[in-house]
Design a protein around this ligand. Structure first.
Ligand code: C5P
Length: 226
């Protein structure tokens, strides 16, 4: 069977990682969550006091961008945890504060260039499923299978709320919805690699799809390419 690159792009909280992880597991491929990489950079800024509500100290961040080491290592359950300079930060990077910061640092060209470089290295041998915003357009424009995943903002906010509630975090629906919309807007309008569907990407709207229906669609598309 031929090894390929699968690029999954789309808005925040539309289930890209669930879909990507499932496919990677079934195919025996590596899974890379590029959002976690932008989140790790955001956390690094917060930890160093380089990010306030109104600004990012881009000058300091740029000086240190090459000392930020991001790795993925399997945990006891076999899932990949995100490590920032040797520290497991998987839980810390999942907060709303870090997500917001990620969407802000991701507008900086030097951050994108460095993370894209690292992502391209991870995919040289193919056999990889990567999810993000610019995988099919910038990171792997030659990817054999490109998916653009979408769902309504309300459905995505509800999913995010359920995820946070399961972790015991209390946030209200309107706050999460506003956050989802704000990040959509920023992702689509930034000058550097804005979120857009690659011309050859297949659109899947999963607003009304069950997880198994979605997986089945992806499995079929994958089988056609390998
Ligand atoms: O996917 P996730 O919500 O974890 O991504 C966090 C943020 O990182 C997004 O809001 C987006 O702005 C940014 N991102 C990006 N390019 C990627 C992946 C994520 O700009 N390839």
């Amino acid at each position: 069977m031929k090894k390929i690159v699968v690029a999954i792009d789309g808005f925040s909280s539309c289930g890209k990682s669930t879909m990507a992880k499932e496919l990677a597991r079934e195919a025996g491929y590596i899974y890379v969550d590029t959002g976690a990489m932008y989140r790790a950079v955001s956390l690094y800024c917060i930890q160093n006091g380089w990010m306030t509500d109104s600004e990012i100290n881009a000058e300091e961040l740029e000086k240190h961008i090459h000392s930020i080491r991001i790795e993925f290592k399997p945990n006891a359950e076999g899932k990949a945890d995100t490590y920032l300079n040797g520290q497991n930060v998987e839980n810390e990077i999942r907060t709303l504060e870090v997500a917001n910061g990620a969407s802000r640092v991701s507008t900086l060209g030097f951050v994108r260039r460095e993370l894209v470089r690292q992502q391209q290295l991870m995919g040289v041998e193919k056999g990889i499923v990567m999810d993000g915003r610019d995988i099919g357009t910038v990171v792997f424009p030659q990817a054999e299978l490109k998916i653009f995943l979408t769902a309504s903002p309300e459905i995505r906010a509800q999913r995010r709320l359920d995820e946070m509630a399961a972790k015991g975090e209390k946030v209200d629906f309107e706050e999460v919805l506003a956050n989802v919309k704000e990040r959509d807007e920023r992702d689509q309008t930034r000058a550097e690699s804005p979120l857009r569907k690659a011309d050859d990407a297949i659109v899947i709207d999963n607003s009304a799809l069950s997880r198994s229906e979605q997986t089945e669609i992806l499995r079929t598309l994958f089988a056609e390419k390998t």
